[in-house]
Design a protein around this ligand. Structure first.
Ligand SMILES: Cc1cc2nc3c(=O)[nH]c(=O)nc-3n(C[C@H](O)[C@H](O)[C@H](O)COP(=O)(O)OP(=O)(O)OC[C@H]3O[C@@H](n4cnc5c(N)ncnc54)[C@H](O)[C@@H]3O)c2cc1C
Length: 498
């Protein structure tokens, strides 16, 4: 089987595409961003990290005339976890399937403005969970009719039992996520889907996790609706904020962030600028290339535990070492066109089966046909495998195990349908909402805030529940407004201070 492996991210062979302004413009911008390093400088607001949070901050700062600010990013690319990568064979990949949906008018308007009305596809979510040989539409608990009879009965019985127990008030509130899912979903749904799936995606014991984060991330079951659906009432697949989503026509999710960065003053963006230490007392950040930049306010989107190490304060390092995260192995596969044809409009699939290494598979060429290089009659799949200190992954034969798993799950007919492989590993993938997270994060953010250091973003504030692209952008946008005016930050629920 001809299965070339594309180089990892960071290889010089990987190219990026500026979907709006053309590659020449993009590389000119990159040159101008890179060539301005080494200047010793003092700014009002220094932003570290050009992912969605840093770009949200920069976008806000740029709206205020006369404010001196600078955005520094260690990578030579914009976008952080939300960037897209075009590999040497021309396939476009996200770091895990990213879909755009927004809770905020600012972000929705910006999306439309930046991508243009014909710059994106609008998709209706078609997602399903594999249970044995059955496909259960997402959310699982609303589609028990798709399960085999005995499992359906167990799920319904458990759901009703859980509802009766809750109504009796005989049980106190759940103490952790594991207890929460049993109390809310009942034992049947918990064992068929919720426990095995969440153990895979979080790679963390559910008993050590809180459930305060679930909000709109988990569809809380309505027993009456579940019974109605199980008895054959019309399906409801519309639940949740991502029931419809948009995706750029070309350049992947990252095309948006590249284009947004190109609207900002290029002299205020430095790529390849890795912060290596933060002098909290003197308000100076030092960079790997020897440059130093003084600030009045620092917005850091670096993972909170790393920020503590950059500052070098032993008690802050000790405090934040209690935080947990998981990593994500992302495997992109170029596959036969027949695979995509069979999947049809299916957007993504969840796999709770512990025997399969992956938790989610995205039908990535369905998001945009341009994710497959022009001239190739094929489809692409994006596969995610979670890893953590407590659940390590053997990477030696991971790609082979993933492909074998796809064959056994029936997504592929055989391994020969794979013609191209790309791999990437994100060390910081999911910030785990552990039981101790709230205390650690609120103490750390308060301490940093008192020194004008605003740690924000998916890992800057360690918040999965407000850690999507739109939330992250708004975390940065609101943090920058705080730096300028002292206003509150609704996305993180932080009060104003002036
Ligand atoms: C598998 C997966 C799937 C996802 N799917 C979706 C989705 O479908 N929809 C959605 O909305 N969101 C999704 N997300 C979330 C999305 O990726 C994040 O919301 C977003 O990227 C977080 O932005 P951020 O700026 O906070 O962090 P990041 O994107 O991590 O950016 C931080 C930046 O800081 C830089 N940096 C770090 N250290 C330094 C340093 N020392 N010096 C200088 N720069 C530094 C990094 O290089 C990086 O560019 C997904 C995430 C994952 C992992």
């Amino acid at each position: 089987m001809d299965r070339p492996v594309a180089p990892l991210e960071g290889s010089s062979k990987i190219t990026r595409r500026d979907h709006r302004l053309g590659t020449n413009h993009a590389s000119r911008c990159t040159q101008s961003r890179l060539s301005r390093r080494n200047h010793v400088k003092q700014v009002k607001v220094l932003v570290i990290g050009a992912g969605p949070t840093g770009l949200g901050a920069a976008y806000q700062l740029n709206r205020h005339e006369g404010v001196d600010w600078l955005l520094c990013e260690q990578s030579t690319e914009i976008g952080g976890l939300s960037q897209s990568i075009i590999d040497d064979a021309g396939y476009t990949w996200d770091i895990g399937g990213h879909v755009w949906f927004s809770h905020y008018d600012v972000v929705s308007n910006l999306l439309a403005e930046i991508l243009g009305s014909d710059g994106y596809y609008e998709h209706r979510r078609d997602a399903a969970i594999q249970y044995g040989s059955h496909w259960v539409p997402y959310p699982f608990q609303d589609h028990l009719q798709a399960l085999p009879g005995d499992v359906r009965t167990e799920c319904l019985a458990g759901l009703v039992e859980a509802a009766i127990t809750a109504a009796s008030g005989s049980q106190g509130p759940p103490e952790n996520f594991s207890e929460y899912i049993t109390a809310a979903f009942g034992i049947g749904i918990t064992e068929a889907f919720m426990r095995p799936y969440n153990e895979k995606v979080w790679a963390h014991p559910l008993g050590d996790m809180s459930w305060s984060w679930i909000g709109e991330r988990v569809s809380v079951p309505d027993p009456i609706a579940a019974i109605r659906n199980a008895l054959g009432a019309p399906k409801d697949t519309e639940w949740g904020p991502n029931s419809t989503f948009v995706y750029p026509k070309s350049g992947g999710t990252g095309a948006f962030w590249d284009a947004l960065a190109n609207t900002l003053p290029q002299e205020r963006i430095r790529l390849g600028a890795r912060a290596v230490s933060i002098d909290r007392e003197n308000k100076i950040v030092s960079f790997e290339d020897g440059a130093t930049i003084g600030y009045e306010y620092l917005i850091t989107t670096v993972p909170l535990d790393i920020t503590a190490r950059l500052i070098g304060d032993p008690s802050l390092i000790e405090l934040t070492s209690g935080l947990s995260h998981s990593s994500v192995h992302v495997i992109g596969l170029g596959v036969d066109a027949a695979v995509g044809e069979r999947l049809g409009d299916r957007c993504w699939m969840y796999f709770p089966d512990p025997e399969l290494p992956f938790y989610r598979v995205t039908h990535f060429s369905h998001y945009s046909p341009a994710n497959v290089p022009a001239g190739i009659d094929g489809s692409s799949l994006l596969i995610e495998v979670a890893e953590s200190a407590t659940m390590p992954v053997d990477t030696d034969d991971l790609v082979d195990r993933v492909i074998a798993g796809l064959v056994s799950a029936g997504v592929l007919e055989n391994a020969e349908q794979v013609s191209h492989v790309w791999t990437h590993r994100a060390e910081y993938g999911y910030p785990t909402p552990t039981l101790n997270r709230e205390e650690i994060v609120s103490l750390a953010l308060a301490e940093l805030g008192s020194a004008n250091i605003l740690s924000r973003g998916r890992f800057g504030a360690w918040r999965y529940e407000v850690g999507n692209m739109d939330h992250s952008f708004m975390q940065g946008y609101e943090a920058a407004a705080r730096a300028l005016t002292g206003c509150a930050e609704p996305t993180l629920g932080l009060d104003g201070d002036r």
